[in-house]
Design a binder for this molecule. Structure first.
Ligand code: ADP
Ligand code: MG
Length: 693
């Protein structure tokens, strides 16, 4: 159970004074569901309000905190004219300007004849000092509260800086003193403050250098986060290692049949990966291996061969995919090959009727079905295996840890192979998975032509539409991906629907639409219309990102490419170039393309190497955002930035390893403190491994 000392941090933000449902929702949306999430929301800048000149001394453009007497309210008259409040101090006059003002409210806030402290940016208008929408208006008694260096936070629509500052200040007060979990020598060497002081300093920057990710307070917090994740990973890994494994070794008979049936030769990296997996399965340890390979690098065949090895050894194997589309696709690829080897393979998804499901479950339970491909339907309790030896999980970060482990827990000593098409930079790999065994498919199957990638201004949309039209008229197939407008899927959807309508008007029935809000059946219908060629253009939101395989598609158009993460662009581009025909990817960018965005799109033009793209993305954007973590489902780092704190990551890993060696159950005083750290960062699952360990 979570230590009680942490409870105040795990309440909802509405537990804070002055935070009601509305504000609570905004906090939740921006930072997360708990009070602790507010703590992780560090300032991105600061405003120094300590400058308190007389009105006559205040310079235009500077932030000043002025103490003035209110003289007169001058209502705007027409809606376009602002409400003005005339004020003065001994040195001169100041006018406060409010557009779309609520007069009653202002009259109360700034009563005529009284003194008020106002803080904001000084402007000069026709030779007179004025301040438009002051940031603060308070009674003189609260002058000290305003006259300080104010942190600037990332906000969301409807949330003001004041509300944010106030809430975080209160959280800082509520934050408990926690036992120190850092190694004392290490802490001393880095001259890091204790946890609570670090938070206070990080949230109250006194000067710009305090915002530096390498400022001691921020470094400490980053290290805490890294240490929590490394410790969690190390604990889980140790637990897996300590579990009994079994040696799975086949005679190669089934694999030989499949290899003979393949219309191609395996690439060198497919062969290497296959050998690594086979060796791992043959060893008496429990396998937990990641198979990383770019889209189209041919992971499915590698997985199938591993699965067949399990069957050769007299056992069963299962592959779990994150979506219905992907499960069906894997099944479609694997079924003919399994048949060539004379092995029964089943598909199991949530869309089957209870009767169909029961039939497959029976086959798995009595062992008549040796191979199964499915969605999370596979982890349901009704599904029991005769003797499952290998669980393959595709695109694994889309699953919760829980689902992943459940599939592996369907039998004793199940070997696990996780496949991902997201190229993960080494630093991030270490951060998220620790030193997980990995196999990488680094080359594309022979015969693939490089994709011709171009960046084109959206101003040339008409030309692009015409070119797409010509392509489709010649029998080609085109993906058209619509931009990520905001966090909201609904807004993305509107953009996609609009483009769909536009293209449909121009090209008629050959245009299909697919998006995440559609019913599964509609989505399948659109998908098959496109893959069977009844539709030539598939307008999509990013639902097509993962795994969709239509080799005949040769053009990928991505609108507002600058809004996507590089890894995501890479995934999307990987949807084409899957056949032997020359493919094209058009990255359409909007106006006002910044330096960074330009550099990022240039990388896309330069290379198709997913690992290089991921490294560059990490370098350019830092850890939190890399891979479009939100989309990919990889746990986000809130305090650490992997591009900057890579050295700390190494230390955290060594620290965690040593700790687990010395105190595997975390019972020493430092061990106890580290348990608190794990809970603080919601690594409860890792703590659970301790109990049974
Ligand atoms: P991914 O790694 O994206 O899952 P797939 O396994 O779906 O890639 O393979 C993509 C396509 O490449 C499939 O049509 C597959 O049959 C084909 N393929 C796989 N390996 C090879 C190879 N060595 N040579 C040629 N084509 C291959
Ligand atoms: Mg695949």
């Amino acid at each position: 159970m979570r230590p009680a000392i942490l409870n105040p941090l795990f309440a909802a933000p509405t537990a804070l004074r002055g935070v009601g449902d509305k504000l609570g929702k905004l906090f939740e949306k921006l930072t997360g569901p708990r009070i602790a999430d507010l703590l992780w929301h560090l300032p991105v800048g600061l405003v120094d309000r300590r400058h308190a000149p007389m009105v006559a001394e205040a310079m235009p453009g500077e932030i000043a905190t002025l103490t003035v007497t209110v003289d007169q309210h001058v209502p705007g008259g027409s809606p376009r004219q602002p409400w003005r409040v005339r004020c003065h101090d001994e040195s001169g006059e100041l006018t406060l300007v409010y557009f779309r003002a609520h007069g009653d409210y202002l009259a109360k806030q700034l009563p005529v004849g009284e003194q008020r402290v106002v803080s904001g940016t000084i402007e000069l208008f026709q030779g007179a000092a004025q301040m438009t929408h002051p940031d603060h208006v308070v009674p003189v008694s609260e002058r000290e509260r305003v006259m300080r260096v104010e942190p600037v936070y990332g906000l969301t629509a409807g949330l003001t800086s004041r509300q944010m500052v106030k809430a975080i200040d209160e959280v800082l007060v509520r934050a408990p003193m926690l036992p120190e979990w850092l190694d004392p020598d290490w802490q001393k060497r880095r001259q890091w403050p204790d946890w609570k002081s670090a938070l206070a300093t990080a949230h109250h920057p006194a000067e710009t250098s305090d915002l530096d990710p390498n400022a001691p307070a921020r470094e400490r917090l980053a290290y805490d986060e890294l240490l929590a994740s490394q410790l969690a990973i190390t604990l889980v890994r140790e637990r897996q290692r300590s579990l009994p494994g079994r040696s799975i070794q086949g005679d190669g008979s089934l694999r030989r049949k499949v290899l003979a049936a393949l219309p191609f030769q395996l690439t060198a990296s497919q062969l290497t990966a296959g050998a690594e997996i086979a060796a791992d399965m043959a060893s008496p340890h429990r396998m937990v291996r990641m198979l990383q390979g770019d889209v189209g690098s041919g992971k499915t065949v590698v997985a199938l061969l591993a699965m067949l090895e399990a069957v050769e050894a007299g056992c069963q194997a299962a592959l779990m995919a994150p979506t219905e589309i992907l499960a069906r696709q894997h099944y479609a690829t694997m079924a003919p090959l399994a048949e060539a080897a004379g092995v029964e393979i089943a598909l199991l998804t949530g869309r089957y009727t209870p009767k169909q499901k029961a039939k497959i479950a029976a086959g798995l339970a009595d062992g008549s079905i040796r191979l199964v491909v499915g969605t999370h339907a596979l982890v349901q309790d009704e599904v029991v295996f005769d003797d499952l030896a290998l669980a393959v999980v595709d695109e694994q970060h889309r699953f919760g840890v829980h689902q992943r482990l459940t599939l592996a827990s369907k039998n004793d000593a199940v070997d696990m192979l996780v496949m991902t098409a997201t190229p993960i930079p080494r630093t991030l790999m270490l951060a998220v998975y620790g030193d997980l065994d990995g196999s990488r498919l680094t080359e594309k199957p022979a015969g693939r032509k490089p994709i011709d990638t171009r960046t084109v201004s959206l101003e040339r949309l008409d030309e692009i539409v015409e070119a797409v039209g010509r392509k489709v008229a010649a029998g080609g197939r085109v993906y058209w991906v619509c931009p990520l407008v905001e966090e909201s899927e609904f807004i993305d959807l509107a953009a996609a629907e609009e483009r769909f309508a536009h293209l449909k008007e121009r090209f008629g029935h050959t245009v299909a639409l697919i998006h995440g809000q559609m019913k599964a059946a509609e989505r399948d219908a659109a998908m098959s219309a496109f893959s069977e060629g009844r539709a030539g253009i598939l307008v999509a939101t990013t639902v097509i990102e993962v795994g969709v395989d239509v080799p005949a598609a040769t053009v990928m158009v991505i609108e507002h490419a600058e809004r996507f993460g590089l890894a995501q662009l890479h995934q999307l581009r990987g949807r084409v170039g899957r056949g032997s025909e020359q493919s094209t990817c058009l990255l359409l960018y909007g106006p006002k393309l910044g330096e960074m965005a330009r550099a990022r799109l240039a990388i896309m033009r330069e290379t198709e190497d997913g690992f290089r793209i991921a490294e560059e993305d990490l370098r350019l954007r830092g850890g939190g955002e890399v891979l479009g973590t939100r989309q990919s489902g990889l746990p986000e780092m809130r305090l650490a930035n992997l591009a900057i704190h890579a050295d700390l990551l190494q230390v955290a890993r060594d620290d965690a390893k040593l700790m687990v060696e010395r105190d595997p159950l975390l019972t020493s005083p430092r061990g106890e403190a580290l348990r608190t750290l794990l809970y603080l960062f919601e690594r409860d699952a890792a703590v659970l491994t301790l109990r049974s360990g």
